[in-house]
Design a protein around this ligand. Structure first.
Ligand code: MLC
Ligand code: AMP
Length: 481
């Protein structure tokens, strides 16, 4: 059996996965996943239609048991990005829940296997030892330009990050992790599903995030809550005047936020209402988790905490020279090194080479300060072409290319605007072909949703006679914002 999930070896009689009223205990998960693993052994790479259901968890665990890399697919992908992901990653099989709604034409030709939640007749023999350097996952993540890149995340990186978090958070088999995160990104899938299973604990997935769902789950056994800042913002909005929700949050062992900065006002409102401090951790698809506020350390607000065990974190200046500071003021780019790092971008050797410096440090593009205790505070990011909306990373270039294909658009630039709920929202700056008859926001939004996932749609459009450009023709985004 793979060493990624030691709890599946002894399969204790306790629940592993809760998705609504669908519950799988460890013995059932073991037997269902091993049965499926037996059917996957000859596959080169499997795509998983990552619905927020137990089938996704079972499909991913089975593939990992079989030593087959997984490409999680967002079931709400637009046609253009889905075609890109499938052409780039070339899965040999697609796993879906039974009776999944009609699959998009981009997946035609890909053999489909439905994930069953009942065990087959016989368990196949366990796989022999699998190389920890082998990819566990290929997770697509947006860059500043072009289509998303597939980050190759090894089994070693998954194990390292989860064990480091266990140390920082005192995370054990007694924890029941509650969340409503999507299962096609590392937050929901690696931390939110593989994490509890590696610890031998329980996942309690809400199907879809709601403050009510959080309250119910935390008052019926949930111990830890994972969420992106937008979810904590919605909890902060809901908790005012809702004693039951306040009590539920106050009763959790740990409230963890990540994927984007948690604004101080939301931090403070939750603290006032519950007496609890939300713990922030900082990570990235390519690096998995780098830093966290420790559960056994002092409560901290506005910081993403200290380097996780085994992870080297440093700040560098614009020339890439290390900044040996602890003044809480000097800003540098965060670079990281450690066993949590990805192995490269699929089919993109140049992008992979660019991502690291000569010493093997990964350039995150995030700007931060470090204080005298080694705590990091993220103050921004290097590129104006990356947007974090609702915790999703969105590349401006990808949306600009889609907007330019709209018949009413002559020129387009995409930027982020601050948003109290989403953190940042996507703003489209458009030079219309016919200034007397510009496309509406709804038309542009629908056009983007046809090609890309709905979270990438512009929430606002601003019309201009021309985009500000430098002598080389590059759009001056800082002038726009
Ligand atoms: C909206 N929708 C449309 C549409 N407009 N569908 C078709 N056509 C249109 N024009 C649909 C959306 O698909 C969605 O459906 C619903 O309407 C609402 O969309 P929304 O307004 O965009 O989002 P919302 O529901 O408000 O979601 C907020 C949220 C979500 C916080 C729940 O943003 C979220 O789940 N964020 C998590 C992102 C995340 O996990 N990031 C981690 C990355 S890893 P439906 O059915 O889908 O609701 C990482 C590393 C790390 O960052 O450190 O963790
Ligand atoms: P992704 O590429 O989707 O994995 O997103 C990674 C990015 O999310 C990082 O580079 C950061 O910019 C951001 N991020 C993740 N966690 C935090 C956090 N706790 N605070 C601020 N930004 C964060």
């Amino acid at each position: 059996m793979s060493s990624l999930f030691p709890a599946l070896d002894n399969a204790p009689a306790k629940s592993a996965l809760h998705f609504g009223d669908q519950i799988l205990d460890y013995p059932t998960l073991r037997s269902v996943a091993l049965t499926l693993a037996g059917a996957l052994r000859d596959q080169s790479r499997v795509a998983v239609w990552a619905t927020p259901t137990p089938h996704t968890a079972v499909g991913v665990v089975a593939a990992l048991l079989a030593g087959v890399p997984v490409v999680p697919l967002n079931p709400k992908s637009g046609a253009r990005e889905l075609a890109h992901v499938v052409n780039d990653s070339e899965p040999s099989l697609l796993l879906t829940p039974p009776g999944a709604a009609e699959l998009p034409p981009e997946l035609a030709g890909l053999p489909v296997l439905e994930v069953a939640l009942d065990a087959g007749a016989e368990e196949p023999p366990a796989a022999s030892a699998i190389d920890p350097e082998q990819p566990a996952l290929v997770v697509y993540t947006s860059g500043t330009t072009g289509p998303p890149k597939g980050a190759l995340i090894s089994r070693r990186a998954v194990a390292a990050t989860l064990d480091a978090l266990a140390d920082a958070w005192g995370w054990t088999e007694r924890d029941v992790v509650v969340h409503g995160l999507p299962l096609f990104h590392v937050h929901g899938l690696v931390l939110g599903v593989l994490g509890p299973l590696r610890r031998g604990g329980t996942v309690r997935h809400l199907g879809r995030f709601s403050p009510d769902g959080v309250r119910q789950a935390l008052t019926s056994g949930g111990t830890v809550l994972f969420g992106v800042p937008t979810m904590y913002h919605r909890l902060a909005e809901a908790v005012d005047g809702d004693r039951a929700l306040a009590d539920a949050l106050a009763g959790a062992r740990l409230l963890v936020s990540g994927s984007a900065p948690l604004p101080l006002p939301d931090h403070e409102r939750l603290w006032q209402a519950t007496g609890r401090r939300v713990v922030e951790r900082y990570g990235m698809t390519e690096t998995l988790m780098n830093t966290s506020v420790r559960a056994d350390g002092p409560p901290a607000t506005g910081t993403v905490g200290v380097a996780l065990p085994g992870v080297e974190v440093r700040l560098v200046d614009d020339a890439g020279r290390p900044l040996d500071v602890g003044d809480g003021e000097t800003v540098g780019e965060i670079q990281v090194r450690g066993p949590n790092l990805f192995s490269g971008y699929l089919n993109r050797p140049e992008a992979t080479a660019e991502a690291f410096d000569a010493g093997g440090w990964f350039r995150t593009g995030d700007m931060a300060t470090r204080d005298s205790t080694g705590g990091y505070r993220i103050v921004g990011r290097r590129s104006t072409d990356l947007i974090k909306s609702g915790g999703y990373k969105i590349g401006a270039g990808e949306i600009e290319n889609v907007l330019l294909a709209h018949p009413g658009v002559a020129e387009a630039a995409v930027t982020a605007a601050p948003d109290p709920d989403l953190g940042e929202r996507v703003v489209a700056w458009v030079v219309p072909r016919d200034p007397a008859d510009p496309p509406t926001l709804e038309e542009l939004s629908d056009h983007v949703v046809g090609q890309l996932a709905a979270h990438k749609r512009p929430r606002e459009v601003r019309f201009l006679a021309a985009l500000p450009r430098n002598d080389l023709g590059k759009v001056l985004k800082r002038e726009l914002v």
